[in-house]
Write a protein that binds this ligand. Structure first.
Ligand SMILES: C[S@@+](CC[C@H](N)C(=O)[O-])C[C@H]1O[C@@H](n2cnc3c(N)ncnc32)[C@H](O)[C@@H]1O
Length: 430
């Protein structure tokens, strides 16, 4: 048990061994995009050679093999970044000026520096050593600014603050990397739209859409034909959602800032059928619905620490149930609902499906067909309270960090070495 926990912790703290890019097939076919990706990877003077190939099943997904960890020697000048920035650095990003939390007093433009992440989230912007908080080393890079420019400047600096030439994990830098042609997307996220299988001409709802990775993918698979409604409750995410849709060339999406659990019309509303503007919508409006639910996101990798509280953790299942109830109402008879999360708690995954099937006898699980890529964690031993049969469990696709084999013992597969994720495909029968 302790070994399994350690294994889970180790896997969570490391980035996946693969970078995955979804091709925008609205703009060009995947084979042509792969050629451009390969020549772009060769052109970058990183000194590393990367191997990019199309995924054999997800034919719009490019898989690039990363490497690491590499041993690096820290230098004396230190730069501190926050947790999210640290996660991005471990996945190959440079540090943007806005992400700089603290720098050693003597740092000048062009200096070699060592990067650290503040695990305690207590480092104040511009603070000086000695630091009391726990920090973790991320690699070395070059500063693009003098320290005083970063913290005493009256204007907010933009652009790269530290270019990371000596990262612990070697992966391609994706800042502004063929922005119209590829979208960096974790492999399980790319599976969602394929499992949903939206068809041109259909009426499709993405209930929790921002920042829009899956909405763009759905619009692409619909070949920009039909109706695609994208809802998200967070007002501050609307601009990113709209700009991602614009960049991808998806022209059919209608975006609304809306609590999706309140997107079903009640009996007294009187909107003519066929007119599909802003929410709420009549029951049984949509052919397909994606509910990529707000969740505890425990599957995100690399995760150096997790500040989630028990209160927050327990707030997700009730919210997910409200969204599931709305989804079932909005779905046409015969329609498909895909429920997904990027976490691995059974209360947000198998437990929710078990509850849903008990609550709505007209909903049934369905096979994910050739897109059921990860069978590693199928048939997990039943957990208390789960009423799903083994057959039902085998229809669920879970990507669980505890099931990633140790690197040394085997060739890792991009289908297994991913972020933690969960996908269920359901159909409404009456
Ligand atoms: C996992 S993220 C969605 C990611 C998105 N599907 C993508 O692929 O880019 C969950 C989203 O749910 C949104 N959200 C949370 N509660 C919501 C609600 N009641 N109604 C609609 N959206 C909600 C959050 O703002 C967040 O953007």
């Amino acid at each position: 048990m302790l070994n399994q926990y350690q294994h889970l912790k180790d896997n969570l703290s490391q980035p996946p061994s693969f970078t995955t890019l979804r091709c925008n097939t609205l703009k060009e076919n995947a084979g042509e995009i792969l050629k451009k990706v390969n020549s772009e990877l060769t052109a970058t003077k990183s000194g590393h050679s990367f191997k990019a190939a199309l995924h054999p099943v997800l034919t719009d997904l490019i898989v690039i093999t990363n490497s690491g960890p590499v041993h690096r020697e820290p230098v004396s000048k230190e730069v501190i970044v926050d947790r999210l920035c640290g996660m991005a650095v471990l996945r190959g990003s440079d540090v943007f000026a806005s992400g700089l939390l603290a720098m050693s007093p003597s740092i000048c433009r062009g200096d070699k520096v060592s990067l650290y992440v503040d695990l305690s989230s207590t480092c104040l912007r511009g603070s000086l050593p000695p630091y009391e908080f726990k920090k973790v080393y991320l690699g070395n890079g070059t500063s693009h600014f003098n320290r005083h420019e970063v913290f005493s400047s009256s204007t907010t600096l933009s652009g790269i603050g530290i270019s990371v030439e000596e990262p612990l994990y070697i992966s391609p830098k994706l800042n502004n990397f063929l922005p119209d042609l590829v979208f960096p997307q974790n492999l399980p996220s790319c599976i969602c739209a394929h499992v949903l299988d939206p068809q041109p001409g259909e009426t499709v709802l993405d209930m929790c859409a921002a920042p829009g990775g899956k909405t763009c993918h759905i619009g692409t698979l619909m070949q920009n034909s039909g109706v695609l409604i994208a809802l998200d409750k967070a007002k501050k995410k609307m601009d990113t959602l709209k700009s991602n849709l614009l960049k991808s060339g998806c022209t059919i999406a209608q975006v609304y800032c809306q609590d999706a659990s309140k997107s079903v019309q009640d009996g007294s509303s009187n909107v003519s059928p066929g007119v599909l503007g802003s929410p709420p919508y009549r029951p049984e409006t949509f052919d397909r619905i994606l509910l990529d639910a707000p969740c505890s996101a425990l599957g995100q990798r690399p995760s150096l620490s997790n500040p989630i509280t028990m209160k927050e953790l327990s707030s997700y299942p009730p919210l997910q149930r409200k969204l599931l109830i709305a989804a079932v109402k909005l779905l046409k008879v015969g329609g498909v609902l895909v429920y997904s999360t990027c976490t691995f708690t059974s209360s947000e995954n198998e437990g929710q499906i078990s509850w849903l099937l008990g609550e709505f006898p007209n909903i049934q699980l369905e096979s994910q067909g050739k897109f059921h890529l990860n069978k590693e964690s199928d048939m997990r031993s039943q957990f208390p309270g789960c009423t799903l049969s083994n057959e039902q469990l085998s229809l669920l696709q879970s990507f669980h960090p505890a099931f990633i084999p140790p690197t040394a013992s085997c060739m890792l597969s991009p289908n297994i070495d991913t972020i933690g994720f969960f996908i269920a495909k359901l159909r409404k029968f009456r």
